[in-house]
Write a protein that binds this ligand. Structure first.
Ligand SMILES: [Zn+2]
Length: 215
């Protein structure tokens, strides 16, 4: 089916069968404003579906998506920083107490860190943006992998750890972490089975999210 036709049909079905499920909560959220507890930073990839894969509802997550779920380090250069402004808004206006950076398997952005990006003008912003994965690539290449898939998965996971480090360069985040009012998470979502692993700082490894219990 044509995608636009399918989306219009989807919205009709949503209003007819599902909107009532959220009507009361949405009325409250409209009246009092949103108060999400988490900023969810993930990739633009169409196969990553936050509300579907997490069962989240309207008002639960403040979502920021970009290519590769990268977090640029804190900058004061006066440029247009979409990702940084979303982070600032989540922290300083909404007062979220959790930031989840969620990467995923088969991430095209992380894979492309190992490939040549065309030099032409239609790729110049992508080329620049992918510099945010440079450190993850370097860390990853310090080890040897049996397959390309293992290399890409390691890149995705190392990148997540780098993005957590970049989050900590934001003054407001540093402050909140010090006073333990904010928690940072790195999650890796597997497209093939819907499972999620989380980064465990203590063991410096990724573990099954089903076993996470430090709420
Ligand atoms: Zn991706």
């Amino acid at each position: 089916m044509n995608i636009i036709k399918s989306l219009i049909r989807g919205n009709k079905l949503f209003r007819k069968y599902h909107f009532a499920d959220f009507e009361e909560e949405l009325a409250e959220l409209i009246k009092h404003g949103q108060k999400p507890q988490a900023l969810f930073i993930t990739c633009c990839d169409s196969r990553v579906t936050p509300d579907l894969m997490l069962g989240s509802k309207p008002g639960d997550l403040f979502v920021m998506r970009n290519i590769g779920n990268f977090v640029p380090p804190y900058e004061t250069d006066g440029s247009f920083h979409g990702t940084a402004s979303a982070i600032e808004y989540a922290i300083s206006v909404l007062g979220v107490s959790n930031i989840i950076v969620c990467g995923h398997s088969q991430c095209g952005a992380c894979k492309s860190l190992h490939e040549d990006i065309p030099e032409d003008e239609n790729f110049q912003n992508i080329r620049k943006w992918l510099e945010l994965g440079k450190k993850a690539k370097e860390i990853t290449l310090q080890k040897v992998y049996k397959t390309k898939e293992e290399l890409y998965t390691a890149t995705e996971k190392n990148s997540l750890i780098c993005q957590l480090e970049n989050l900590e360069t934001y003054p407001a985040i540093k402050e909140l972490l010090k006073s333990k009012k904010l928690k940072l998470f790195a999650w890796h979502y597997t497209l093939g089975d819907g499972s999620i692993e989380y980064y465990d700082k203590k063991s410096n490894s990724f573990k099954d999210l089903d076993d996470y219990n430090d709420y």
